[in-house]
Design a protein around this ligand. Structure first.
Ligand code: THU
Length: 139
């Protein structure tokens, strides 16, 4: 992927992280994705006192994209870490988010785990979720 787009996604994830609602875990996550048409959507984690109702940053971004008509995702960047600090580790998408990403992207979707614009790890979704279960299996 082009360097400029990668940087735009990482900056978007870092910015979205600032809006995280994480009063319980104090772990703030931001995500930014680009759809096939080039539109960018961002999301943050949104926690709930009933913990199971929490939505991860990745899914917030995916649901914003899909509900705006963007159903094909090309790449997503994720940045997470303890509230009030720069990300210290790479934040990888949880299992549920990997499954949701696979619904709206191919195996070659790019997943970037970033600590900063210059410090990131890049994967394909297939690398993070091999042998995935998808619509093709039940049609
Ligand atoms: N979280 C995300 O936003 N994305 C992930 O992929 C993993 C976890 C959030 C959920 C919760 O608000 C906090 O991180 C701690 O689990």
């Amino acid at each position: 992927m082009k360097e400029e787009l990668r940087e735009q996604l990482i900056q978007g994830a870092l910015k979205a992280r600032e809006t995280a609602y994480a009063p319980y875990s104090h772990y703030c996550v931001g995500a930014a994705l680009v759809t096939e048409s080039g539109q960018i959507f961002t999301g943050c984690n949104i926690e709930n006192a009933s913990y199971g109702a929490t939505c991860c940053a990745e899914r917030t971004a995916v649901f914003k994209a899909v509900s705006s008509g963007g159903k094909k995702i090309r790449a997503i960047a994720i940045a997470g870490g303890i509230e009030g600090r720069e990300p210290e580790d790479y934040a990888y998408p949880c299992g549920i988010c990997r499954q949701v990403l696979s619904e709206f992207g191919g195996p070659d979707m790019i997943v970037i785990a970033a600590r900063s614009a210059l410090d990131y790890q890049e994967y394909t979704l297939d690398g993070l979720l091999p042998h995935s279960f998808g619509g093709g299996s039940i049609r």
